[in-house]
Design a binder for this molecule. Structure first.
Ligand code: SF4
Length: 412
């Protein structure tokens, strides 16, 4: 399907499992992307079994959110029979699109007569007009451009294809070309191209002189260690209007493995940024709030260097990981009155403490606020502390809205 001029750009949000999908949808996603039992590039994400898919698709359809299912692994020849079998099981599901990387996977989908639109993964490194046209002619309706694509390249591609164009705007970056990398396979036997990356580019390294085995010489980059290869995190929220002007149709957030808090907060901030991109004054006015909130998510130092003509890949040269607010848990259901809710707990919450909650932004209204935790009930018992993994009833000093995500702000 060719792109439609004047359609609002889409925000595409990761949904590593059903819980994250629910929050991605409630916090502003136009599309969610998720994988199944195999053949996607996040083997460690919760993912969706064949039994989970009907519920996920129904929830998204009722919410008016499109679904992109990931079949973007690169197939070894010996995996063809298993992939063929998996596609035949998936055929009945009405995904809005399926993401592929490998032309072999495209051939198997076509052979099965599956009705899905096809999106091409960033893994295929599309950077120029001929590549884009090639993929459009091959049946791809949306191309996720290489993360290395500059603004000029995006404009050039835009002029020569009517396929939709998608770019990554937020999240972790690889130091390898469009994520195609063998480091993990060599160092830990886990193949990034089969979704099993162990992130060795972010391990801490030291230098060992050949004759002094066991004597590790530090190459100190910062007080807490050395990540020689580690890249900064991408953050292009301030560049969204420029991307739109260049003809981008969809903006993607990285991070199926990240938390509900990350999913919810990035989704609501980028959703608002995309919706205000045509109003420069409103966009500029809200930008400081978006930046403040993005800094309250754990991240490596942010960069937009890929956008700035890719002069040098910005490795992280300062603090490797900036701790934002601590994700404490999220709304699971209503309580006995409006000051209570059932919450899934991810980090300890203590009775008597002040915590914060964020909420979806609707009509630019931010309802975030702090709460005093008055009472915690775990099962039938009142307790002083809600423990990770439990679903507890929390009672607050003031009414709590649906879809809260709770956090503890960092001490300054
Ligand atoms: S090791 Fe690092 S660069 Fe390589 S695929 Fe994994 S995250 Fe990307």
């Amino acid at each position: 399907m060719a792109r439609t001029e004047n359609k609002r750009a889409s925000l595409v949000v990761p949904a590593g499992n059903f819980e994250k999908l629910r929050f991605a949808v409630r916090y502003g996603a136009d599309e969610v992307y998720f994988g199944g039992d195999g053949f996607n590039l996040r083997a460690g994400s919760g993912n969706f079994s064949l039994d989970d898919l009907p519920g996920a698709l129904k929830f998204c359809a009722e919410s008016g959110v499109r679904t992109v299912f990931l079949l973007n692994a690169f197939l070894h020849d010996g995996q063809i029979a298993a992939a063929r079998e998996y596609i035949s099981c998936l055929k009945e599901f009405r995904f809005d699109a399926v993401m592929v990387s490998d032309p072999g996977m495209m051939a198997l989908i076509s052979e099965a007569g599956a009705p899905w639109q096809l999106h091409l993964s960033t893994q295929m490194s599309t950077l120029n007009r001929y590549a884009a046209k090639f993929w459009e002619d091959a049946g791809i309706s949306r191309i996720v451009l290489a993360r290395e694509a500059t603004l000029d390249e995006i404009r050039a591609v835009r002029e020569h294809t009517s396929a939709e164009l998608e770019v990554f705007v937020h999240g972790a970056l690889c130091i390898s070309y469009s994520g195609r990398c063998l480091l993990s396979r060599y160092l830990s036997g886990r193949d990034a191209n089969l979704g099993e990356c162990s992130h060795p580019c972010r391990w801490r390294y030291a230098l060992v002189e050949e004759k002094r085995q066991g004597s590790h010489l530090e190459i100190l980059e910062h007080a807490s260690g050395t990540e020689i290869l580690s890249s900064k995190d991408l953050c292009l929220i301030h560049r969204i209007p420029e991307y739109l002007a260049a003809g981008v149709d969809a903006f993607k957030i990285e991070g199926r493995m990240k938390s509900v808090y990350y999913t919810a907060n990035t989704a609501r901030l980028y959703a608002e940024a995309v919706s205000l991109a045509g109003d420069p004054a409103a966009f500029a006015e809200r930008l400081p709030f978006w930046r403040k909130e993005l800094n309250l998510i754990s991240h490596r130092p942010y960069t937009d260097d890929l956008f700035n003509e890719f002069s040098a890949m910005e490795a992280s040269r300062s603090v490797p990981y900036l701790r934002g607010a601590l994700y404490l848990g999220h709304y699971e259901g209503p309580g006995r009155d409006e000051t209570e809710c059932l919450a899934t707990v991810r980090n300890p919450i203590r009775a008597g403490e002040a915590i914060e909650a964020i909420f979806p932004i609707e009509d630019s209204i931010v309802r975030d606020r702090s709460y005093i935790v008055r009472e915690i009930i775990d099962g039938d018992e009142a307790t002083r502390m809600a423990r990770p993994g439990r679903v507890c009833m929390l009672r607050f000093d003031t009414p709590v809205y649906r879809d809260a995500v709770f956090r503890r702000a960092p001490k300054v």
